[in-house]
Each structure stands twice: as structure tokens, then as C-alpha cells.
Design a protein around this ligand. Structure first.
Ligand code: 3PG
Length: 305
């Protein structure tokens, strides 16, 4: 089988070497397309492949159409909003992700961003400490759990909202469960977002929730830029000169936010939450192993369609 790694934002070299080794050891053919500038190059590269490994690369209906032999696509990472699942399903293509493999990298970035904002973007002037402050975890999944764990080391009081996790589970892990998303935002000075981007969540974080935040509220977004309502964010940040927003990666109206709120807004130029050698190795190798296993045994444990 021919297995293609197609990454506009490449994996670390060591991860690519690891993937190649797994693929070839299992008797498959390895192919690589990195830093492609034109999506046409992506279409051309998928033509004769049986399996595909991507990062945030958009696997659209066009890609699926071009990939006539494709049997499996693995998103090396957690969020699979970049995969057109109906298109994959219609063609009988198995779509998978690699949950948890890059979570620690994202969690560390979320904490780093929190410190950065508490210290006024490392400008001079008096900042604040995280110790004793309330942190709200919006969605207590793989990344949310790790952020909570690290934040407790800082002496933060950690709350969480997640309709899919029981209050007892949270309590057992030293987390204070709240009953609604509104309660989370009105209770916590710091909110760390860990929701996926889907039809229910896109643009769901806006004026109503952010206006509930306590004084000096800071929203940390290492999830997806699409979950924010950009216009409403500007509105509430204009009304509330104490609010801060830090995000991985820059939203559509990022230039406006940067111009208007110089010390209260920061965005990474490129999504970098999972941009560590460790995360690349974990997610990249897991993808390769899942594909090899799928071809050998039919294992579809991480199927998302
Ligand atoms: C994920 O969903 O796993 C992260 O957002 C990482 O995305 P990336 O592989 O494009 O860095």
C-alpha cells in the first residue's frame, strides 16, 4: 500500500523518519508532500495513495475525489474539523484521529499564554500571579485535563464545564464542576477553551459569555479560532478595558484586534499548540501505526466517521 504524509506545516524531521520506518517495516510504500504552496499539488499527490496522514490540512470533497484509491485518512492530532467526513464516508474511506497524542504540547502552551497575559505580554509594568486565581476549563477532555493538572501546580483553583463528563469524575480529580457554561464564565477570571469546532460551537463564544467574566478576565484559546464570534469579541473588549484575549492562532479580525488592544490581545502567527518535536513524534507515529494496523487487522479503534 502507498501511504502519503501530506503536511503543509511539516512534522519535525525525526517524526517523518519515524513514520517512514514504521511504514516501510510493514512492507508499505512511503511518500511525502510537505510545505505545498498550491492545493493542486495536494490533489496530484493523493492520486494513487491508499492511505493519507495529514495535520490541519483540509481533506475536502475535492481531495477525496482526487484520491481514487484512498482507504484511510488519519488526522495526526485531535481536532478533525479539517476532514470532510461525509465525503469520506460516501467513498467508504475510514477517517481517524490520534486523540491525546499532542495534548501535552497544547496544554503547556495554554499555561504559557496565561502567564504571558498575566505579565502584560512581558512588557514593563506590574503584572499578576496565577496563584489563588480561578481557572475555568471549558471542555474537560485530553487537553483540558492536562491544563487543569498543571494549573493546580501553580496554586490555581480549577473549575470545569463539560456536559460529557460527570461531576463525580471531576471531583475525584480535584476539579470543581459547574452546572452550566454561563456559571463557568461568571465564576472564573481565566477561561481556557478546549471545545472542538463544529456546527454547534462555531462562533459560540461571544458577547453574552464574555460579558459575564469577572474583572481582569482573560480568555485563552488553544482550541479553534472558529469558535469565537470576532465582532462580538471586539464589542466586549471595547466595553470592558480589563478583558484580555490570547489565541493560538490569529482570528480573521486579528489585525483589528492587535491594533485596537495592543496589550490585551496576542495571537500566534501560525498554529503552534502541537508544534513540539514530542507532539509531532507522538501523533505522527501513532498515525502510521494506526494505518499499518488497519491494513493488517482491520482495527478501526480511532475511527471518527
Ligand atoms: C489538533 O487538533 O490536534 C491541534 O490543533 C494540532 O493541529 P496541527 O497538527 O495543525 O498543529
Amino acid at each position: 500500500m502507498k501511504i502519503l504524509v501530506a503536511t503543509e506545516k511539516p512534522f519535525a524531521k525525526i517524526a517523518v523518519e519515524g513514520i517512514k520506518e514504521i511504514v516501510e517495516k510493514a512492507g508499505h510504500q512511503f511518500a511525502l508532500l510537505e510545505k505545498y504552496a498550491d492545493v493542486a499539488d495536494f490533489y496530484a499527490a493523493v492520486k494513487d495513495v491508499d492511505a493519507l496522514i495529514v495535520r490541519s490540512d483540509k481533506v475536502t470533497a475535492e481531495v477525496v475525489d482526487a484520491a481514487q484509491q484512498l482507504k484511510i485518512v488519519v488526522r495526526a492530532g485531535a481536532g478533525y474539523d479539517n476532514l470532510n467526513l461525509p465525503a469520506c464516508t460516501a467513498k467508504g474511506i475510514v477517517a481517524m484521529n490520534t486523540p491525546g497524542q499532542n495534548s501535552n504540547a497544547v496544554a503547556e502552551l495554554a499555561i504559557g499564554m496565561m502567564v504571558y497575559m498575566a505579565r502584560n505580554c512581558f512588557n514593563s509594568g506590574t503584572g499578576a500571579e496565577l496563584k489563588g486565581k480561578k481557572l475555568g476549563i471549558h471542555a474537560y477532555g485530553n487537553v483540558g485535563k492536562l491544563v487543569a493538572h498543571i494549573a493546580k501546580g501553580f496554586g490555581m483553583k480549577v473549575y470545569a464545564f463539560d456536559p460529557f463528563v460527570t461531576a463525580d469524575t471531576m471531583k475525584a480529580e480535584g476539579i470543581i464542576p459547574v452546572a452550566s457554561v454561563e456559571e463557568l464564565y461568571s465564576t472564573c477570571q481565566y477561561i481556557s477553551l478546549h471545545i472542538p469546532a463544529n456546527e454547534q460551537t462555531k462562533k459560540s463564544i461571544g458577547y453574552n459569555l464574555l460579558s459575564k467574566m469577572p474583572k481582569e478576565g482573560t480568555l485563552i484559546n488553544t482550541a479553534r479560532k472558529e469558535v469565537i464570534n470576532g465582532e462580538e469579541l471586539v464589542k466586549i473588549m471595547e466595553e470592558r478595558p480589563d478583558l484580555k484575549y490570547v489565541t493560538d492562532v490569529a482570528p480573521e479580525n486579528g489585525a483589528l484586534l492587535a491594533e485596537k488592544f495592543t496589550t490585551r490581545f496576542f495571537a500566534t502567527p501560525k498554529k503552534m499548540g502541537a508544534e513540539t518535536a514530542e507532539a509531532n513524534i507522538n501523533a505522527g507515529l501513532a498515525s502510521a501505526n494506526q494505518i499499518v494496523d488497519f491494513f493488517a487487522t482491520g482495527n478501526t479503534t480511532y475511527k471518527v466517521n
